[in-house]
Design a protein around this ligand. Structure first.
Ligand SMILES: O=C1C[C@@](O)(C(=O)O)C[C@@H](O)[C@@H]1O
Length: 146
């Protein structure tokens, strides 16, 4: 069997992790999240790649291009709460995905407590900091192995 390669998709402003509101999002950046996921991927014998964009259409393009992916980890940032387009792209591909939020969105403003993605997700991880990406990768790898 070929080694499954999972993709971590990050939406708007997540390129600023590490410097952006560190009290909410922590001091670690996306590069550190990627390094840690690569370590976990090595341990699990899977591959992982990262993509970040501040643009909704670019994220939709990436989702469509990964229609055959064994799984996606999706932190759509603010688009989680607004984007029917991202929801539709995920629904159209039917690719299993885990939704991740670095902060605990349920302890924040009301508008962050609505996700257009959660009911389609295989799982949702919130409030675990950048460790959420590693946890999601472990989950997708386990699902792909069954
Ligand atoms: O940009 C983000 C980051 C976020 O997705 C998180 O990872 O906690 C939560 C969103 O509400 C916010 O707009």
């Amino acid at each position: 069997m070929t080694r499954p390669v999972f993709t971590v998709l990050n939406g708007p402003n997540l390129n600023l992790l590490g410097t952006r509101e560190p009290d909410l999002y922590g001091a670690a950046g996306l590069t550190e999240a990627q390094t840690r996921c690569e370590q976990v991927a090595g341990e699990l014998g899977v591959g992982v790649e990262f993509f970040q964009s501040n643009h909704e259409g670019s994220l939709i393009d990436e989702i469509q291009q990964r229609a055959q992916s064994p799984g996606l980890i999706v932190n759509a940032g603010a688009l989680t709460h607004t984007s029917i387009g991202i929801r539709d792209a995920l629904a159209a591909t039917g690719v299993p995905f885990v939704e991740v939020h670095v902060s605990n969105v349920y302890a924040r403003e009301d508008f962050r407590q609505r996700s257009y993605l959660s009911d389609l997700a295989s799982g949702v991880i919130v409030g675990c900091g950048i460790q959420g990406y590693e946890l999601a990768l472990r989950r997708l790898a386990a699902l792909a192995a069954t």
